[in-house]
Write a protein that binds this ligand. Structure first.
Ligand SMILES: Nc1nc2c(c(=O)[nH]1)N[C@H]1C(S)=C(S)[C@@H](COP(=O)(O)OP(=O)(O)OC[C@H]3O[C@@H](n4cnc5c(=O)[nH]c(N)nc54)[C@H](O)[C@@H]3O)O[C@H]1N2
Ligand SMILES: Nc1nc2c(c(=O)[nH]1)N[C@H]1C(S)=C(S)[C@@H](COP(=O)(O)OP(=O)(O)OC[C@H]3O[C@@H](n4cnc5c(=O)[nH]c(N)nc54)[C@H](O)[C@@H]3O)O[C@H]1N2
Ligand code: SF4
Ligand SMILES: [Mo]
Length: 741
């Protein structure tokens, strides 16, 4: 029987709508579905991934049955087991480990937004462990925390043609990272006469190429750059006086604070021409300005919080907060919030106290969360607790390595490949090798899967329903139904965590039998059925600007959900956690000790500044590297530098270089790119799935060209605990080695 079924691609966060032709439970064809959200011809035309869906559904590399390690950890010897055997054994071992070491002994890891993570988090909450690690501290959380502390909640840039006069793209490159309407909007903006486009990025990206003004900032100097712009705006009296008087707290303090940040001083520090700083400041203050930031500034280590705070101040003093065409605060979700669905409130005070972040990151922990929650709840909103309190990888790895402060003995890895994407591969590997139980949920046996006790096969897009809510900080979700039942014995992540939960006495907390039922429960407060939602492909109530002017309980404008009810240029909350009232540049993370620099300089190496992981199509982190068509186009990773820098270092395109830090080394070919001088940009996520099932000793090639062998999660920003993937250093030297790929 042939049926046409609505479903969605999930090879990026955009989740485009498709129609699948299904014959006998198998998808035989896939076509874009113009009737459901999101659908955009231009996006599909620019997308190289969607046609992979059929291949991936039935790829010979997929794991189709639960498998259990039978040899030494990492030996690559696996045995197929039944789901009952797998889940019975995992749950009884988790129970035993909890009895021996306490409930904090189980840690988890997540990665990018590939799946809904609340099922894992619900399982962890009910097991009693607060130790979920994730990408939060280096992706997303910094902005969400600082927006919430400054404005009382977070929001999104609101790019409106005919209204927005300037658009700042700061440390993000949607041309490669976000194949969506946003990149299309930037291209349209670059052609619009009434919108000025500004790009702040050390690389001359496609966005920079479209921009009216490119500020090639030195990595990690963005906080100072923003303070310099504030100096110009306030010095020239360009602030939005009425908005500042009515709605900003601490303007005079900020004005005093930014006085030393003159264009000349800032130019010297940031490597941006003084005239361009002045021009950017005037543009920002001229009228309605939208700004979008990204990973570039989220991953600058110790400056992460002040950088976001300085940008919040820029938005606020120019009146560009809660304003149409600039930045609109989100609404709380009408559907059940992430916090409720992940059941974070089920953790007892004793269990919360086990979290391996208390004392390390006073904001990114339960104490910080509670303090901020008191504020956001004034206007009825709550941040997702699991992401915002996630544990410090440095501390969790330490607990794995040393048993201090208690033994972390077990790990669940859900939709991430930490041996490629977490900092300090060698350390992660050492720590994982010493664990008693590792369970990996993935489509494939990845490098990380190779060290697991169990690899559990997951259903992917098309085989599972999607209700993507991005942490639930907005009143929006999208996706659609599964077109088919999971192939072979794959299961949804939800089914797996429910299966474990029920075995561990959590049955009452998992009333919904399937993921689609759970999504229906989540949507219930909206009055929408799962079927209604699937017809449209999204639940989206557009958010309105000027929410701070809405009447509160006393009939007066409700203002902002902060301590003072105003936007806090000077923060009343951060000093309570040991943070700064006003943003100040932090120090840079150094990965090379003076001894290493001295030793390698004697061998002819050079000490250089580095950024890592700049997104590139068609890949995504450690995924899709086995696609032959992609590899024909982009055969491998490179280290990029400007022509002048290559000349200075005595390098030519194609030369192989060794990069070294105190953590380890990696090798890459050299490529030239237009970017600032004295800087290298290194690709991330590279391993070699084409070489077969990974196992010891090289785990699929993770020691050759994997930039995270160089990075470290040990040196952290003091509030959120962010480590650095950008604005770091390494040693570079030409070598004669041949690369294996
Ligand atoms: N040096 C450096 N390191 C970085 C970054 C950087 O820029 N530089 N970026 C960081 C950032 S922002 C992020 S978000 C992380 C990304 O890090 P990861 O999320 O670890 O990266 P991916 O390669 O996307 O890994 C996803 C894994 O999940 C599996 N998967 C995909 N979908 C599903 C699913 O639905 N269920 C299950 N169970 N598995 C699934 C894939 O097969 C793949 O193995 O990397 C971080 N690390
Ligand atoms: N193709 C592809 N798309 C992806 C992903 C992927 O792996 N591949 N990953 C997804 C994930 S997990 C994420 S988080 C998003 C990230 O999406 P984006 O935030 O857009 O990430 P990038 O495209 O790397 O853009 C970051 C830019 O910041 C610049 N930069 C680096 N350091 C600094 C700095 O110190 N200051 C400033 N101002 N700029 C700096 C880099 O040169 C780069 O151009 O992409 C998502 N989309
Ligand atoms: S990869 Fe992303 S943009 Fe391309 S079809 Fe899939 S969801 Fe859409
Ligand atoms: Mo990310």
């Amino acid at each position: 029987m042939t049926e046409i079924k609505p479903t969605n691609c999930h090879f990026c966060g955009y989740c485009c709508a498709f129609l699948a032709t299904v014959e006998n439970g198998r998808v035989v064809d896939l076509k874009p579905d113009p009737t459901r959200y999101p659908y955009d011809e231009r996006i599909l035309a620019g997308c190289r991934r969607w046609k992979m869906n059929l291949d991936v559904l039935d790829s010979p590399r997929r794991v189709n049955y639960p498998i259990r390690r039978v040899g030494e950890r990492g030996s690559g010897k696996w045995q197929r087991v039944s789901w009952d055997d797998a889940l019975d054994d995992i749950s009884s071992r988790l129970e035993d480990l909890r009895d021996r070491y306490g409930s904090g002994t189980l840690a988890s890891m997540i990665g990018g937004p590939h799946a809904s993570f609340w099922p894992l988090h619900r399982f962890m909450s009910l097991y009693g462990s607060p130790n979920n690690m994730g990408i939060g501290q280096i992706c997303w959380n910094p902005r969400i925390w600082m927006d919430t502390i400054t404005f009382g909640w977070t929001g999104e840039a609101n790019i409106l043609f005919g209204v927005t006069e300037a658009l700042f793209i700061w440390g993000t490159n949607p041309a490669d990272s976000d194949n969506s309407a946003f990149w299309q909007a930037i291209r349209t903006a670059s052609r619009a006469d009434d919108m000025t486009l500004v790009c702040v990025d050390p690389r001359y990206t496609q966005v920079a190429a479209c921009a009216d003004l490119w500020l090639p900032v030195k990595p990690g100097c963005d906080c100072t750059l923003a303070l310099g712009m504030l100096n110009v705006i306030i010095g020239e009296g360009l602030e939005d006086r009425a908005f500042v008087d009515d709605w900003c707290h601490g303007f005079d303090e900020l004005a005093e604070h930014v006085k030393p940040y003159t264009p000349d001083v800032v130019s010297e520090f940031c490597g941006v021409a003084a005239g361009d700083i002045v021009a950017a400041a005037r543009l920002f203050a001229r009228g309605c300005t939208a700004l979008v930031s990204g990973r570039g500034i989220d991953q600058v280590g110790k400056s992460v919080a002040p950088t976001h705070r300085a940008i919040c101040c820029l938005r606020a003093v120019t009146g560009n907060v809660d304003r149409a065409g600039a930045f609109v605060l989100n609404d709380a979700s009408d559907f059940t919030s992430e916090v409720d669905f992940e059941m974070s409130d089920a953790l007892t005070p004793e269990q919360r106290a086990l979290c391996l972040n208390e004392g390390a990151a006073p904001l990114q922990c339960f104490t910080g969360y509670d303090l901020v929650r008191e504020q956001t709840e004034k206007l009825g909103r709550r941040l997702p607790m699991r992401y915002m309190t996630s544990a410090s990888p440095d501390k969790v790895l330490c607990a794995m390595e040393t048993g201090e402060p208690y033994r972390v003995s077990a790990l669940i890895v859900n939709a991430t490949n930490p041996l490629l994407t977490y900092a300090d591969t060698n350390r992660v590997l050492r720590a994982l090798m010493g664990l008693e139980l590792i369970v990996v949920l993935d489509y494939y046996i990845t490098s990380t899967g190779a060290v697991a006790d169990y690899v559990l096969p997951c259903a992917g897009a098309i085989e599972r329903p999607i209700f993507q809510i991005h942490g639930g900080v907005a009143n929006m979700g999208y996706g659609g139904p599964a077109a088919v039942e999971p192939y072979y014995e794959r299961k949804t992540d939800y089914d797996i965590f429910r299966g474990l939960g029920v075995r561990l006495g959590q049955a009452d907390a998992w009333p919904d039998e399937t993921l689609a039922d759970a999504f229906a429960t989540q949507l219930a407060p909206t009055g929408w059925s799962w079927q209604d939602y699937c017809l449209i492909g999204s639940y989206h109530i557009p958010t309105e600007p000027n929410k701070h002017l809405l009447p509160g309980a006393d009939g007066k404008p409700q203002g902002f959900a902060t301590t003072t009810g105003k936007i806090e240029l000077a923060s009343e909350l951060l000093p309570k956690l040991g943070g700064q009232r006003l943003p100040e540049q932090g120090s840079f993370t150094r990965l090379c000790s003076p001894e290493l620099v001295e030793r390698l300089e004697r061998e002819g190496a050079h000490h250089v500044e580095m950024i890592t992981g700049s997104r590139k199509q068609p890949y995504n982190a450690s995924m899709y590297l086995d696609n032959p068509a992609f590899r024909a186009k982009v055969p491998g990773p490179v280290v990029e530098m400007s022509e002048a820098t290559a000349r200075k270092l005595g390098l030519s395109p194609g030369d192989v270089v060794k990069l070294t830090t105190d953590q380890g080394e990696a090798r890459f070919p050299v490529a030239l790119a237009k970017m600032r001088d004295d800087l290298i940009n290194v690709d991330y996520g590279w391993w070699h799935p084409e070489n077969g099932v990974p196992s010891a000793p090289d785990f699929g090639g993770i020691f050759e060209s994997n930039v995270n062998t160089l990075t470290s999660c040990a040196l952290q920003e003091p509030l959120i605990g962010t480590w650095a993937y950008n604005a770091i250093d390494c040693m570079i030297q030409k070598v004669d080695d041949k690369l294996s790929w």
